[in-house]
Design a protein around this ligand. Structure first.
Ligand SMILES: Nc1ncnc2c1ncn2[C@@H]1O[C@H](COP(=O)(O)OP(=O)(O)OP(=O)(O)O)[C@@H](O)[C@H]1O
Length: 238
């Protein structure tokens, strides 16, 4: 990402959500994005993932420039090369676990690689739930389905927007451990927005945003160090 700016609205109502942000996210790394409310985290994620286009600047995935792509081109690129995990699991209630996981492949017209699918089901611990429907699963299991769905296309990057935001502490830990394993064992690149210093501590690097700028990065983050940095950003001052 090079000198990326994003302005919402026009004239006197214009809000600069990102201000000339330049950053490279390492392939095969786990990056967490933190910052106070309104600092631009979601905007950063949306621009990096091709869900939204920046007002100015360059966003690249591998060698592909995203900033100038049409909506249709972005849709095709997202389907083929990016995985998403959101706070709300966004599963289709009428489909089984397997059908939910393979939905991105069907949308892209890509055949299902059965051994890869079986491996993913095993990795997320749902091999014995393959024919269940989402309503028959716990919240943590549903988020595991969403992670499996994000991984099934072998995306270059998995983007998470508060992926553990709807989960209790223990279940959140399982999901974070799973994301960590995809990085360590599959070489997956993961970028995750979170409010939770413990969640951020599972990442290799934390980016801190404030007022549309990246104001700091932290390697090998501990929950305490992340919480301390957030406090100094005024994130939790009431
Ligand atoms: N669609 C939009 N139209 C106008 N302003 C927007 C829009 N989306 C975001 N903003 C503004 O841009 C700024 C950054 O918003 P963003 O959602 O990226 O922050 P955030 O760090 O993700 O916040 P939070 O932690 O509260 O989710 C905020 O001032 C917000 O009000």
């Amino acid at each position: 990402m090079d000198v990326v700016s994003k302005v919402y609205g026009k004239g006197r109502n214009a809000v600069a959500a990102l201000r000339e942000v330049s950053i490279g996210l390492p392939r095969g790394g786990f990056t967490a994005v933190m910052g106070p409310s309104g600092s631009g985290k979601s905007t950063f994620l949306h621009c990096a993932a091709g869900l939204d286009r920046p007002t100015a600047g360059s966003v690249r995935l591998g060698g592909t420039e995203l900033a100038t792509m049409s909506e249709t081109q972005l849709t095709v690129l997202r389907r083929a090369r990016i995985g998403f995990v959101f706070q709300a699991f966004n599963l289709v209630p009428s489909l089984t676990v397997t059908q939910n996981i393979t939905l991105p492949l069907r949308l892209a017209g890509t055949p299902v690689d059965r051994p890869w699918l079986a491996g993913i089901l095993a990795r997320v611990g749902l091999a014995d739930r393959a024919d269940h429907r989402p309503a028959q699963l716990s919240g943590g299991q549903q988020q595991r389905v969403a992670i499996a769905r994000a991984l099934v296309t072998r995306p270059e990057v998995v983007f998470g927007d508060e992926p553990t935001g709807a989960l209790d502490t223990m279940t959140a830990r399982d999901v974070l451990t799973l994301l960590r394993e995809t990085v360590d064992q599959l070489g997956q690149t993961v970028v995750m927005v979170t409010h939770d210093p413990v969640a951020a501590s599972y990442a290799d690097t934390v980016l801190f945003l404030a007022d549309g700028h990246i104001v700091d990065t932290m390697a090998a983050p501990s929950p305490v160090a992340v919480a301390d940095r957030m406090t100094r950003l005024g994130a939790w001052v009431r």
